[in-house]
Design a protein around this ligand. Structure first.
Ligand SMILES: O=C(O)CCC(=O)C(=O)O
Ligand SMILES: [Fe+2]
Length: 256
């Protein structure tokens, strides 16, 4: 949280050094909003970090936030692994082998998300409705609130009330694909407000860029029909980022 505040409180000219075209390394990039299909703008900026073990480029990440971001990643790694093991157990998948590792947890992206206070929140969104394209997402949020997840009806949105010290765990599209729909990715959105800046720190656990992802063969052994085909993760990722958040439409890309 503090890392997020510190970075986004930097003067604009300091922050601009991390825009894609200026950044000292491709593993850290400052980005801003998508324009949504609903024609409202997203009111957010975010600093995206691509984390690879033993990658020296972390030394080029912003000095004000780097140490806390790395400390958080190191704290989260065993938690993530445990979560995946439990989720795989639920699928009766016994072996967490190398190929599964690269499919489910080959890459890790951490964002420092910043939603500045917004003079006209009703005209803007924080993040439009979407499901994450990750395997799972581990999200730390401050006490401002504004994250909603979809309930059982399409028009029902449930506020994820911030709880101090708690993490929000979202199932992403990749887990839905590999589990052939046994796990469903959760649609969510963020609204902004007039009075307080909000900071959140999602860690997206993604497949490796070149990993081929499809329903686990173990689940199809008894003749179950695959709902999804095999897709290369970077194609899926690029498809999502070519259009921005649009509910769960990204999954169509992988449907048989
Ligand atoms: O800020 C949040 O609470 C959620 C952000 C989010 O959904 C995302 O970055 O995918
Ligand atoms: Fe999300």
């Amino acid at each position: 949280m503090e890392a997020g505040h510190k970075f986004f409180e930097l003067p604009s000219e300091e922050k601009r050094k991390y825009l894609k075209e200026n950044s000292p390394t491709p593993t850290v990039q400052l980005k801003t909003s998508f324009s949504l299909a609903e024609k409202v703008l997203e009111w957010k900026d975010f600093l995206m970090h691509w984390y690879f073990p033993d990658d020296e480029s972390v030394n080029l990440w912003p000095a004000v936030s780097k140490d806390q971001v790395l400390e958080y990643i190191n704290w989260a790694k065993p938690v993530i692994r445990k979560l995946l093991e439990v989720l795989l157990k639920g699928l009766n998948v016994k072996e967490f082998n190398e190929s599964k590792e690269s499919q489910l947890m080959g890459a890790l992206i951490v964002d420092l998300m910043h939603y500045p206070l917004c003079p006209n929140p009703e005209l803007a969104a924080g993040v439009g409705r979407h499901a994450d394209i990750s395997t799972i997402t581990i999200l730390l949020q401050d006490d401002v609130g504004g994250l909603y997840v979809q309930g059982t009806r399409a028009d029902q949105w449930i506020h994820v009330t911030p709880v101090k010290g708690a993490l929000v765990i979202n199932i992403g599209d990749i887990l839905q694909i590999v589990s052939n729909d046994r796990y469903k990715s959760i649609e969510h959105r963020v609204i902004v407000n007039k009075s307080r800046n909000r900071v959140s720190v999602p860690i997206f656990l993604n497949p490796k860029d070149d990993a081929v992802v499809g329903p686990f063969p173990e689940l199809l052994e008894s003749g179950e029909k695959p709902i999804y085909k095999n897709v290369v993760f970077s194609d899926y990722f690029n498809f999502f980022f070519s259009k921005g958040p649009e509910g769960k439409k990204t999954l169509e890309f992988a449907k048989v």
